[in-house]
Design a protein around this ligand. Structure first.
Ligand code: SF4
Length: 578
């Protein structure tokens, strides 16, 4: 039904559009199609920062015609892990791609000079970005492009900041100010292509084959989203509500996971943010929830003078990574650190992990003042953390160049691998809940807590006494099944609404007929295709390492045993064949 792929060569500025119904019919859209395009377009062992490395964006067949089907996926080879790069962003991008008439976009080559892509319906241009190339603030770049580009209202603007331009391995791509392709370094891939930004808009209509069937299904899903309790949490306190919960459970990584609870958690809690700093909530396009919490941070220009007011989005992962994990005690300080990362276009979760590792390495004299250029690293020292963030982006010496590659690279160079808190070379999400969280992030195709939700399996295991095999079975079920949600692409916060039955019915209402069994098979095929790419690039699940710290610090389920993790990985490999 929709199957247009826009191919762009930045080297020549040329583009072509191809009908790829061969892929969309078989793999639905979103991550299913993007994975196949990655396998087609990325030759084995391609340098992720070379012109040959592709960037692929995809949306799905329900974009944006059902509630919360608001995400676009980016696939690429990650400069941070050296293997599969897969990242999701909300905002307006998915909607803009649909209205422009493109279900996927494939970008290759390197522009001869700083450029940005301007895509408005069938008009596709590679424009000069020399004047904004060195503008370091993501916010300012967005303001400039909003003024000079058309398409307001049906438009999305992606851009990188200085971190992407400089090639920090965990630079992100900002989407419509408050959303991101956050993880795995897509920003550095943009920078390597001399690509500062992409603006996309369109005026196409979305044709629905059977309007009655569609309307009925829309009503059912909309009511599930707004009239039930399934998504209340996300609108109310948002994911920041997890701070107090995980703190009580001993699942909240604190001070580089030296602790799993934080004595000052209350002052960083979702409740504190909501009562004292929350300004408003906003939503991705076609989402009635609005889980994006925006805080207001007032900073005096000078003692006794007026305030500058910044609007900063926050959620659980950001508060953990730049808050509890660094021993920060003031919510306002967490916002200052988030704001600095946002301006540069840095992945907040990886930045927090890197700062936490560096603080402990400094405590243990693995790194010294000559390395840090005289800046002391101390838990809770916001001002010095801000200085370190500046230097990670500017890279004034070898130490900061290494920090800009992540904790795995930094600990390989300076030591401290036992407390370099990464899984699969990616700094972890904020859950020290038990074995399923660790195994889930190790085996997950993008090493994300969102691949299979291992943290929530731990919570079930704690209350229902699940065996290792039962936990592995649940991880595999999620690993396969989420590929279908991510092919639509529905927001994972709405996965309680997009049940297997509802997905079958929603697809049928727009003329795509797949049974539950067929979808299960497709989900598994997508998973295996991703592992094909990972193995091709050298990832070996038989050779993964878990830093000792994970076993030393008590979790929600007590101390985790090495044998448990080894057994679960072995079971996972036998059952999936990867
Ligand atoms: S729930 Fe939040 S992240 Fe998901 S689509 Fe809605 S606003 Fe976006």
């Amino acid at each position: 039904m929709w199957s247009n792929v826009l191919y762009i060569d930045l080297e020549t500025g040329e583009h072509k559009i191809r009908d790829r119904s061969d892929l969309f019919d078989k793999y639905i859209g979103g991550t299913g199609v993007a994975t196949q395009l990655l396998l087609e377009e990325c030759p084995p062992h391609t340098d992720p920062l070379s012109p040959e490395a592709p960037i692929i964006f995809s949306i799905g067949p329900l974009t944006p015609i059902f509630p919360c089907v608001s995400k676009a996926v980016a696939m690429f080879k990650s400069p941070q892990t050296g293997e599969l790069g897969e990242s999701y962003a909300g905002g307006r991008l998915a909607m803009a791609m649909r209205f422009a008439g493109y279900d996927s976009i494939v970008i290759k080559g390197r522009a001869p000079k700083p450029s940005y892509l301007s895509i408005h319906d069938e008009e596709v241009k590679c424009k000069d970005a020399t004047s904004i190339w060195n503008v370091s603030s993501i916010e300012v770049i967005g303001k400039i492009l909003r003024d000079v580009e058309p398409g307001k209202g049906r438009r999305s603007i992606m851009r990188i900041g200085e971190a992407g331009v400089k090639g920090v391995s965990y630079a992100n791509v900002n989407v419509d100010t408050y959303r991101h392709f956050g993880r795995l370094g897509l920003g550095a891939v943009f920078g390597s292509k001399n690509l500062k930004a992409i603006v996309i808009s369109g005026t196409e209509e979305v044709e629905i084959p059977d309007m009655d069937a569609y309307k009925n299904m829309y009503k059912k899903l909309y009511e599930a989203v707004v009239d039930t309790e399934v998504m209340n949490k996300y609108h109310d306190l948002g994911t920041a509500a997890n701070i107090n919960v995980l703190n009580q459970l001993k699942g909240l990584p604190t001070k580089n996971l030296k602790q799993s609870s934080f004595e000052n958690a209350e002052s960083l809690s979702g409740e504190y943010f909501a009562d004292n700093l929350l300004l408003r909530k906003i939503a991705c396009s076609n989402c009635p929830i609005g889980c994006i919490h925006i805080a207001m941070l007032k900073t005096p220009f000078h003692k006794g003078h007026e305030f500058e007011v910044n609007h900063i989005s926050y959620d659980y992962e950001l508060i953990y990574s730049l808050g509890t994990n660094l021993g920060i005690t003031l919510a306002e300080d967490v916002l200052r650190l988030i704001d600095r990362c946002e301006r540069y276009g840095l992945d907040v979760m990886s930045t927090g992990g890197v700062l936490a590792w560096a603080t402990e390495a400094y405590e243990r004299d693995l790194i010294t003042p000559p390395d840090t250029l005289g800046i002391a690293l101390r838990w809770g020292d916001t001002d010095n953390y801000l200085k370190i963030i500046d230097r990670i982006v500017k890279m004034p010496n070898k130490f900061y160049e290494t920090l800009a590659k992540g904790t795995a690279a930094a600990s390989a160079e300076y030591g401290g691998e036992d407390f370099a808190i990464n899984l699969g070379r990616l700094e972890i999400a904020g859950y020290h809940t038990g074995p399923a969280s660790i195994v889930g992030q190790l085996v997950g195709v993008r090493h994300s807590h969102l691949d299979n939700g291992g943290y929530s399996i731990d919570q079930k295991a704690a209350s229902q006494q699940l065996t290792e095999e039962q936990m592995v079975d649940k991880l595999i079920y999620e690993d396969y099944g989420r590929n279908i949600n991510n092919s639509l692409i529905a927001c994972l916060f709405a996965r309680g609404v997009y049940s297997e039955d509802n997905i079958v019915d929603a697809l049928a209402s727009v003329g795509i007929n797949k049974t539950k069994d067929e979808l299960a098979t497709i989900g598994r095929e997508i998973f295996l295709a991703k592992y094909r790419f990972k193995k091709q690039e050298g990832f070996d699940l038989g050779d993964v390492k878990v830093p000792a710290r994970f076993f030393e610090t008590v979790s929600q389920m007590g101390n985790i045993k090495k044998e448990t993790i080894a057994n679960m990985i072995q079971l996972y490999r036998e059952k999936t064949g990867v």
